[in-house]
Write a protein that binds this ligand. Structure first.
Ligand SMILES: Nc1ncnc2c1ncn2[C@@H]1O[C@H](COP(=O)(O)OP(=O)(O)OP(=O)(O)O)[C@@H](O)[C@H]1O
Length: 339
């Protein structure tokens, strides 16, 4: 697994794609670690609609690539990969990846190690560019990096494998980081919002702790809180899509269940720990864990040797007759997947 140094909600902002390695937040504390600016990409402030009423807009700008078909099915598509290729030097990782994720879906991307699952998430987030092929987000072609001007307004949250909290900042400062740094919200409102957001992920009374005083599972929940918090005073909408890279890696089975349920709870079809409807419209989880596959997602996309080899509903996974899926599901050493 490739893990990035910084990881949370990313602001896609062309002017500030990177920070110097020694970097200080407003409070004067050194937070370093970022090679890439934390972004909470915001999809153009549109009229706020409940997520179940949302349909992607059509754009008139002819310089943007659009879906050519105008069917209801196409307008429901949130993310589309069309024949995406990506190599790192001689390593040809993605070799013609095609799939669509619809608005509102909870999708898992699974497959053997090194097959390019995290690479796909990074392409969605604009941290990497495909060598060939196209990625569309809400019908708008993602040409390049987080600097994509026209993607301004798109909110994509990332929760990476390591919680990647700033060690020198308290939980409150970590969760409220973007608001302290980039919003005009008064500090007491941020404090209140941070407490509420931590409550939504089932964590109360830990605001003044440092990350070193938390368990692994708690850190992941703090990272999740950091990715779902947003400036309630601005016109931007809540995160459109959250991308989770191995959110349960390294957790014991019970801590995994807590995180899996949490992922469900912040989805618009769920209910958070405070009993409120979740705010995340759609999410994509990259995982190896069977419990996460079963519990946290509805549909699966199976990647092998750089291509999608199977797609299906989660309940179809264990009964699939596809030899690659069968081997992966059973953990058998014999089969088409070679290590
Ligand atoms: N920036 C990079 N530079 C060079 N190689 C890279 C880079 N990013 C990824 N790779 C390589 O690409 C391959 C795919 O990596 P990726 O992390 O996407 O796989 P994965 O399917 O998520 O793997 P795992 O399940 O083990 O986490 C790996 O061999 C990795 O070493």
């Amino acid at each position: 697994m490739n893990s990035l140094a910084g990881s949370f909600v990313y602001h896609l902002n062309r002017r500030n794609a990177s920070y110097p390695s020694n970097w200080y937040c407003k409070s004067g504390k050194q937070v370093v670690q970022f090679s890439t600016r934390p972004v909470s990409c915001s999809i153009a402030p549109q009229s706020l609609k409940p997520v179940d009423q949302f349909r992607p807009s059509k754009f008139k700008d002819s310089s943007l690539s659009l879906f050519t078909e105008d069917s209801e099915e196409e307008t429901d598509v949130l993310i589309e990969c069309k024949d995406v290729y990506k190599s790192f030097g001689e390593k040809h990782i993605l070799r013609g990846v095609n799939f669509k994720i619809k608005h509102g879906e909870a999708v898992g991307i699974i497959g053997p190690s090194g097959t390019g699952k995290s690479t796909i998430l990074k392409i969605f987030a604009g941290l990497l560019t495909p060598d060939k092929g196209e990625v569309y987000i809400r019908g708008r072609r993602r040409h390049g990096l987080i600097s994509d001007d026209y993607m301004s307004g798109l909110r994509i949250g990332l929760v990476f494998q390591s919680a990647a909290l700033f060690d020198s900042l308290t939980v409150r400062e970590n969760v409220g980081f973007l608001l302290y740094e980039h919003s005009k919200m008064p500090e007491d409102e941020i404090k209140e919002l941070v407490a509420e957001t931590l409550g939504a992920v089932g964590l109360k009374g830990v605001e003044d702790r440092l990350p070193s005083e938390l368990s692994g599972g708690m850190k992941k929940r703090v990272a999740l809180a950091r990715s779902i918090i947003y400036d309630t005073t601005s016109h931007t909408i809540e995160p459109e899509v959250l991308l989770y890279d191995e959110p349960t890696a390294g957790l014991d089975p019970i801590a995994s269940t807590v995180v899996e349920d949490l992922i469900r709870s912040v989805h618009c079809k769920g209910e958070d720990a405070l009993g409120k409807p979740g705010k995340i419209a759609s999410y994509v989880v990259v995982t190896h864990q069977h419990s996460t596959i079963r519990r946290a997602v509805d549909r699966l996309i199976f990647l092998h040797e750089g291509k999608v080899v199977w797609e299906g509903m989660t309940h179809e996974f264990t009964s699939s007759t596809n030899p690659i899926v069968k081997q992966f599901a059973s953990g058998n050493l014999d089969g088409p997947i070679r290590y």
